[in-house]
Structure formats: structure tokens, C-alpha cells
Design a protein around this ligand. Structure first.
Ligand code: 13P
Length: 271
């Protein structure tokens, strides 16, 4: 397929937008439940054109799951073990997550990669475990400011992708969302420009195209994360190839998060 035809395929390909709220190590039981209730009750069936997923801390998963009775917002976990079970103090397995109603999981978030020293190999093992266990997965990738300044951004993200997708079959791609989260944009208030985001998403889609095939690349959802806020979500979600977002800070306020979710409806046909 020529480059122009590939670009046309992507532009006309309909991808269901995705917005995730990554609460990180925030909220307590009461505020987490209240936040989930507010989001779930206000994100109703008529807006069910977007996949909305909340990722609360582990101890609140069950309570948050129970608070979401509407059935349109899904429950996700922020991490999982690469192992199925055993003597691994503090770890949480895929089966335990499924057991409490989790259907999505984040893998390879930059805070785990950088602050908790998770190498690509561990991320790849967790990714494989999540897929094998039937969970839907958000794989996070992204470069640091230093890597970007050194002109290494594409190389770093390429390595993260190559390692993670080594063992992934084409059939699994439908349950995978890739989140491009440049580390320099996370929690900093600095948002990638539409041009930066478009370029990075193109690179990522290009990787999937060469690892699998252009049609699968055109179908996979790639979302942006890093200081997303209601004021610029629409602009970013209108960028060709940006299929929604992974939201940190702004997901802790129901109004802000719901506004970002509504903005994602703009991207129902990406292009
Ligand atoms: P912020 O939206 O707080 O920058 O966090 C982004 C993020 O890390 C989502 O996973």
C-alpha cells in the first residue's frame, strides 16, 4: 500500500474513541466512590459512542465497580503482575483483577517505567499476561524530555513498542489501545502540540503497520496522554490519528473528566 493510500485508509477508518481516567495514587474510598458515581450517572447511554474507563487504585476497585451501575463506564486497574500466582508479596494477578470485575488494565505507565524502574522486558511480560488473561489493555509508551532533546524520541518509543509487541498475535490487537504519553507532558501542564501528537501517533501506527499490516494499523486505537484538560481536549482529539486520551489530574474532577469524554465524540471518525 502506498503512503498516500495508507493515509486515506486511516482517515476513513472508524475507530471508537477511548478515554481513560487514571487516578494514580489519589482519592480515598469515599471520594473515589463519589467520583465514580458522578461520572457513571452522568455519562449515559446516549453518549455510549466512546469507551470510558476508570482506573482507581487497587484497594478501591470493587467499591468503585459497584458504584458504577450504568454499565457504560468500565473498570480498569493501573497495573498487574506478570505472573499468574505464587509467592510474590504485594503483587496482584490478572485473575484477581478479573475476579473483582476489572476488564481493562494499564501496562507500562511512565511512572512505573521511570519511578519504579520497570524495564521494557517486564512491561512486555505484563502485556503478554494481560492479553493471555483476556483483559483489554492500554499499553503506555513515551519518551522523556532528555530523550526528545537528543532526537531520540522515535527510537525510544520504537524500542518500547518492539519489545512489547514481540509476542502479540494479530488477533489480539482489537483488545489493545496504545497510549502515547510523552513523559515531559505528564503532570507538567505542558501539552504536546497537535503537530507533535500527530507525528508521534503516525510513527506508532507506522510501527504497527510494519509489524503486522496496514489494515490492522489503521484499526488500532492510539490515544494521547499528558496534561489533558477540558480547554484543549477537543483540539487534540481532532488531530488525525488521535483516538482519545488517557487523563491523569483532570480525571479526579467529574466535570472536567466528563467534558474531556464529550470532546472525544468529535473523533468518532478519525481523520
Ligand atoms: P496528567 O493528565 O496528570 O498529566 O497525567 C497523564 C497520565 O499520566 C495519564 O496516565
Amino acid at each position: 500500500m502506498t503512503r498516500a493510500r495508507f493515509a486515506r485508509t486511516i482517515a476513513t477508518m472508524s475507530r471508537r474513541p477511548f478515554v481513560g481516567g487514571n487516578w494514580k495514587m489519589n482519592t480515598d474510598l469515599a471520594t473515589g466512590v463519589a467520583l465514580a458515581q458522578a461520572i457513571d450517572s452522568r455519562w449515559n447511554q446516549s453518549q455510549d459512542a466512546v469507551d470510558v474507563v476508570l482506573f482507581p487504585p487497587f484497594p478501591y476497585l470493587q467499591a468503585v465497580g459497584r458504584a458504577m451501575s450504568g454499565g457504560v463506564v468500565s473498570l480498569g486497574a493501573q497495573d498487574l503482575s506478570s505472573e499468574a500466582n505464587g509467592a510474590l508479596t504485594g503483587e496482584v494477578s490478572a485473575e484477581m483483577l478479573t475476579d473483582v470485575g476489572v476488564t481493562w488494565v494499564l501496562v507500562g505507565h511512565s511512572e512505573r517505567r521511570h519511578k519504579l524502574c520497570e524495564p521494557n522486558s517486564v512491561v512486555a511480560d505484563k502485556f503478554a499476561m494481560a492479553i493471555e488473561s483476556g483483559l483489554s489493555v492500554v499499553l503506555c509508551v513515551g519518551e522523556t524530555q532528555a530523550e526528545r532533546s537528543a532526537g531520540q524520541a522515535n527510537h525510544v518509543v520504537g524500542r518500547q513498542l518492539k519489545s512489547a509487541f514481540e509476542r502479540v498475535s494479530p488477533e489480539s490487537l482489537a483488545k489493545i489501545v496504545i497510549a502515547y504519553e510523552p513523559v515531559w507532558a505528564i503532570g507538567t501542564g505542558v501539552v504536546a502540540t497537535p503537530h507533535d501528537a500527530e507525528e508521534a501517533h503516525q510513527e506508532i501506527r507506522g510501527f504497527i503497520g510494519s509489524r503486522y499490516d496496514p489494515e490492522l494499523a489503521a484499526g488500532i486505537r492510539i490515544v494521547y496522554g499528558g496534561s489533558l484538560a477540558p480547554g484543549h481536549a477537543k483540539t487534540l482529539f481532532s488531530v488525525p490519528g488521535v483516538d482519545g486520551g488517557l487523563v491523569g489530574g483532570a480525571s479526579l474532577q467529574a466535570n472536567d473528566f466528563l467534558s474531556i469524554c464529550s470532546s472525544a465524540m468529535i473523533g468518532i471518525v478519525a481523520g
